[in-house]
Design a protein. Sequence first.
Length: 204
Amino acid sequence: MNFLKKYIVKFLSKVLNSSTYKAQQQARNNAWARNNFKKFDANSNLPDVFYIKNPEYISIGKNLMSLYNLRLEAWDNFRGEKYTPEIVIGDNVIFNSDVHIGAIDKIVIGNNVLMASRIYISDHTHGNITGDDLKNVPAMRPLHSKGPVIIEDNVWIGEGVCILPGVTIGENSIIGANSVVNKSFPKNSVIAGIPAKIIKTLEN
């Protein structure tokens, strides 16, 4: 019996790791995306492991590449409150693993953006961060947005970065690892820190 179990486990492992199985899984994921996203352009690929909330509010351009645990959430309803979310991802965007993007308003990611792993981008918070909100526990507070998040073209975002509501990152900027970005920065900025600040301006 133990021999049979080992054989089955070995066989399944071989199948699941085969290039044929992975190609078939990729094709199924992409077919689902084309049928459910607002837009899902040519040569874009979802990873093996992903979580998508309300894909009808999400547009993805050409050549998206992503590693596992991609999480895109467009919240149109939370505890009875209605929202009109939009997530727009441009062409030639690359995500590493564990990228989490959540919107109740609007998040735009430009072309040629590169993101490392464990990145969080949100245009909203639980509550207004006022004394009145203490009447409810955090999970019960209404969602609140300070405005859209806009990441312009050719931005490089390092490992573990958090980008908060109402922020615009100018084109060609670089965000250092583990930064918390709570305000906007112009193009060609190198930023880092908690909270993030400009440490260098890039010259053409």
